[in-house]
Design a binder for this molecule. Structure first.
Ligand SMILES: [Zn+2]
Length: 873
């Protein structure tokens, strides 16, 4: 491994020459909403460091009308667009001397349907009937490389500059950008709004949103906080407003540098994209990730909103104030914001068990999972990559936004923090932010700051985790005389001749009932001393480390006996490791079910969810298999007792987690074909139709899903009508997700075409197809539909989404003929940029096929055992 160097502007990767640096942009945009186009002008003050003969910057799908330099027009022939490389090249009539110069451009571009560059959203206004004409609003999405679709710019993160935006919008619109409005004046056809100039920042952090909007606001210290929504929904932003103030204060304190802009806007968009985007001072959210309706939103939604706000607001420092130099270090932004967001959420909401809970995936094709587990699953495969990876092109920059970047990054930081201690870690972050504010960094800068604070060689420890793929499993073997031998090797799943790797592992362990200890494991083998043969030894305390543990039989047996004494974090960790060992072929499935059988009867939410995930995985794997029915009976018998303890109705004074657990169990038991649950859901749905308040918001997604799953034509239509009618994005999603569940192939064929309509926000509509592929058990019908309508579907998503889409539909197949089909489809139809996604899915299909074969006899043995010992499944 070659150690990375600290940030240097000159040596930062990228396409643009570094002799010319933009300092100040002044941009004026005039959208034409009827024609879905816009006109723009801009002047850019540039520093020329060395004489140049041409100017090279980025532009994409823009037409350049005129260009001039220092007031002198350039000829038409001097203006060249290189479409493939997304460059605008201006040939200069003579050499341009070093010093300050001013470039002026006029241009035009288009307003997109999908969330890239400037885009439009059409939505039903709150309180309007379903048949009313939809409203239109505008928004932008620039990360990673789409600012260049809005105005010509040096669109690489190391080119920081001040941006001053003016826009012309209809008079009754509210316009929002990174900074407060400086002036506003009426002009023909609307009003011109000028925003204050930003501090020096990367181009991808610009934002512009406009429409018929409402807002609520408050202050936190010097900062104005606003939640901005479409008309009629502002009050639903109350929770987000309160949460933002709390989080802002926590971060001001944690980072040691107060939030640097005069205002922070949290903006709800009714479409465009599915997640959230940390534009400096004007964060955009998919509406259901920001707005909370106390009467109708579930507790899960509340938690998601908190987590997303905490993540995005952390970016105001990590990402915006200090920005990664180049996309190969994207994890510095995302891994850090994920870790910081979870830490902050856990601090204020300990009852949510943030580190253990399933997170909600950013799009429905991704499986929900405990963040660390989701990252480790992908990281064990042959298709993984290091956290820090080479990024050469724009497409590669877009594909860097994956679980490894977000979740392994987060998981590694958590391991490091628990090894160094919270205070030392925070001291390091303090000096890192202070030293690099309004500038860019590499990972090396972060490690240097942490090394200084901790007096430990962090760079050396970290290299194995961020610069090489994968992670280790530690084998634990009792050797007698109180000695325990620990051996590390690379942990893999479905990856035969994996290159062997080693890590410096910040290890934690405890002899049960004694204080935990730490150890930096630096070689392949390490020996622990003085561990009595009859004492239980647990490695990876609280599961905070990013590695697996494989115990020898004596150690495992001791642990099984003391399970009730372990904390829930440790029990979840044992469950996760046991299941991973089964997947890797290192242990039989009886190891996992043996552990499940020994858990205390009062198993907590996180444990149950881990088990539900595993049962769900097997249940989907067995679609069309003869053993499925018996498996479902046995699986139900594992979950039923837990549901019966909880009951259908929320009780007074039960833990908040009980509501989530109840919802999860209803969903899982419904999937497992539990007749009582199905009947119970139908009954509650009927009451809900008559009186929506009769069904607790926490239970709605689950009850609707089960009802949708076993729906007849009439029920399907009722769900569909409800989906059409509501103006709440969260509720809409609940209804359409329920439609996607239907197992009746006739209804599957009715659900799929909805993806082509504008019933759902553009960015969400196409994910109805993968949801059907996953939930209905009819992945084949979903794929045939998508194949026939691919062009229309892909027009609704951006390039990165398009690269993933076709392959994602194969995820739930497990026969090799499907792998062949995907291979040849990709060859004939998909761009080279989709190759990594295709490879991942091919690996998944192959793994599922192999695993299914391997699992069958073991599962049959378990089923026989269950059915003979269990009187009432
Ligand atoms: Zn982020």
């Amino acid at each position: 491994m070659t150690a990375e160097k600290p940030f240097s502007f000159k040596e930062t990767l990228g396409k643009l020459p570094k002799e010319v640096i933009p300092r100040d942009y002044s941009i004026r945009i005039v959208p034409n909403i009827d024609k879905l186009t816009f006109n723009g002008t801009e002047t850019v003050k540039v520093d020329v460091h060395k004489p140049v003969r041409r100017l090279v910057l980025n532009a994409l799908e823009l037409e350049i009308r005129e260009a001039s330099l220092d007031g002198k027009p350039l000829s038409k022939s001097a203006i060249k667009i290189e479409k493939e490389r997304e460059l605008l090249i201006l040939a200069l009539p003579s050499e341009l001397a070093a010093g300050d110069h001013t470039l002026a451009l006029s241009f035009s571009g288009k307003i997109n349907q999908q969330g890239q560059g400037l885009f439009y959203m059409r939505y039903q206004e709150q309180g309007s009937p379903a048949a009313a004409e939809k409203k239109t609003m505008l928004g932008t999405q620039f990360e990673a490389t789409d600012a260049r679709r809005f105005f010509p710019c040096w669109d690489e993160p190391a080119f920081r500059a001040r941006f001053q935006l003016s826009v012309v919008v209809p008079e009754n619109w509210l316009a929002v950008s990174n900074m407060p409005i400086e002036s506003e004046k009426k002009i023909a056809g609307g009003k011109e709004v000028c925003f204050a100039a930003t501090p020096p920042m990367s181009s991808y952090l610009n934002v512009f949103v406009a429409g018929e909007l409402d807002l609520i606001e408050s202050r936190s210290g010097q900062t104005q906080i606003r939640v901005i929504t479409t008309k009629g929904k502002a009050e639903l932003g109350r929770y987000a407003l309160e949460v933002t103030a709390q989080i802002l204060q926590y971060y001001n304190d944690y980072f040691g540098v107060p939030y640097p802009l005069p205002k922070l806007d949290q903006i709800a968009l009714p479409g465009g994209f599915g997640g959230a985007m940390e534009n400096w001072g004007g964060i955009t959210y998919y509406e259901s990730a920001l707005l909370f309706d106390p009467k109708n939103s579930s507790a899960k939604t509340k938690q998601v909103i908190y987590e997303v706000i905490a993540h995005e607001t952390a970016h105001m420092w990590f990402g915006d104030l200090v920005t990664m130099a180049w996309w190969d270090n994207l994890w510095l932004n995302e891994g850090f914001a994920s870790w910081m967001g979870s830490k902050c959420t856990a601090h204020f909401n300990p009852q949510w068990e943030v580190w253990l809970q399933r997170s909600v995936p950013r799009d429905p094709t991704r499986r929900a999972g405990i963040p660390k587990e989701a990252a480790m699953e992908g990281d064990a495969r042959s298709t993984t990559h290091p956290i820090q990876q080479r990024i050469a092109t724009e497409t590669e920059a877009n594909s860097a936004f994956d679980d490894i970047t977000y979740k392994k990054g987060q998981s590694f930081l958590r391991m490091l923090e628990s090894f160094l201690g919270e205070d030392v870690f925070r001291d390091g972050i303090h000096s890192y932010i202070a030293a690099h504010k309004y500038s860019n960094t590499t990972t090396a800068d972060l490690w240097n700051a942490l090394s200084e604070a901790s007096k430990k060689p962090i760079g050396e420890i970290a290299a194995g985790w961020t610069e090489q793929p994968g992670f280790p499993v530690i084998r634990v073997e009792r050797e007698g005389d109180g000695k325990v031998q620990l051996t590390q090797e690379r942990f893999t799943v479905n990856f035969k001749s994996a290159p062997p790797l080693e890590w410096k592992i910040p290890l934690t362990y405890s002899v049960v009932d004694e204080a935990p200890a730490t150890l930096l494991m630096t070689g392949k083998i390490e020996t622990l001393q003085n561990i009595p043969a009859d004492r239980e030894l647990k490695l990876n305390v609280n599961g905070a480390g990013n590695y697996r543990v494989e115990y020898d039989e004596p150690s495992w047996k001791l642990l099984l006996e003391v399970l009730p004494k372990l904390g829930v974090e440790d029990r979840v960790n044992l469950l996760s490791d046991a299941w991973a060992l089964v997947q890797a072929g290192r242990a039989p499935v009886s190891l996992y079910f043996g552990l499940v059988g020994k858990l205390p009867a009062s198993a907590e939410l996180a444990e149950c969810e881990q088990i539900i995930n595993v049962l769900d995985f097997i249940n989907r794997l067995l679609v069309n298999s003869p053993e499925r029915k018996d498996f479902q009976r046995c699986a139900r018998s594992l979950l039923r007792p837990r549901f019966e303890t909880l009951g259908w109705e929320p009780k007074e004074r039960e833990l908040r987690a009980a509501g989530n657990l109840r919802a999860s169990l209803i969903n899982a038991l419904g999937d497992l074909n539990d007749p009582e649950i199905i009947a119970g859901c139908r009954e509650r749905f009927e009451k809900y139709l008559a009186n929506p308040a009769s069904l607790a918001p926490d239970l709605r997604p689950s009850v609707l899903a089960v009802v949708g799953r076993y729906a007849d034509e009439k029920t399907w239509s009722r769900l569909h009508e409800l989906g059409l009618k509501t103006t709440s994005i969260e509720e809409k999603q609940n209804y359409y997700s329920a439609l996607a569940e239907s197992i009746e192939s006739r209804l599957v064929k009715k659900t799929l075409p909805i993806a082509l309509t504008d019933e759902l926000p553009t960015s969400r509509a196409i994910f109805l197809v993968p949801a059907v592929a996953r939930d209905s058990g009819h992945a084949d019908i979903a794929w045939e539909f998508a194949k026939a309508n691919m062009k229309t579907l892909l027009a609704k998503t951006d390039a990165a989404g398009a690269n993933r889409y076709a392959a994602s539909l194969f995820t739930f197949f497990s026969d090799t003929s499907r792998a062949d089909e995907l291979r040849s489809y990709a060859k004939a139809n998909l761009p080279p940029a989709s190759a990594p996604e295709v490879a991942k899915v091919l690996d998944e299909v192959q793994f599922r096929g192999e695993f299914k074969k391997r699992l069958a006899p073991q599962l049959n043995a378990w089923i026989d055992m269950k059915l003979t010992t269990n009187a009432h499944p």
